[in-house]
Ligand binder design. Structure first.
Ligand SMILES: [Zn+2]
Length: 121
């Protein structure tokens, strides 16, 4: 796709307004399909997040995992017991290894290290 023309009246002088094309002739507005495609293909860095469980199995958003050892909770005297099932995990970038965001019943939202869980079916 080189230059754009209005899909409605074929006018060849549309201009870019923010992310939309606007036709000065008929006032038709449309988005550039090209742009969307370009954005979709730039997942080189974002899509590179790979989180593996204790056994090296790749985890995905929405997976269920099982905690394989007792995990102390910061600022709490309780611990998440090994064997606790955690549903609907969300993967996240983390500099300290807590690359799983999840909710655990009785504890609420917390972050886990993927090396302390295994994927559950
Ligand atoms: Zn037009």
């Amino acid at each position: 796709m080189s230059e754009s023309s209005c899909p409605k009246c074929k006018c060849t002088y549309p201009y870019m307004d923010r992310s939309m094309w606007v036709c000065p002739d008929c006032g038709h507005e449309w988005s550039d399909g090209n742009q969307g495609a370009a954005e979709g293909s730039t997942d080189g860095s974002d899509g590179a997040l790979v989180v593996k469980d204790a056994h090296g199995t790749i985890l995905n958003d929405g997976d269920s995992v099982i905690v394989i050892k007792d995990l102390k909770i910061k600022g709490s005297s309780s611990a998440v017991k090994g064997g606790t099932k955690v549903k609907q995990i969300r993967l996240q970038e983390s500099s300290d290894g807590h690359n799983i965001s999840c909710k655990i019943e009785g504890f609420g939202s917390m972050n886990l290290k993927s090396e302390y869980v295994k994927k559950s079916n």
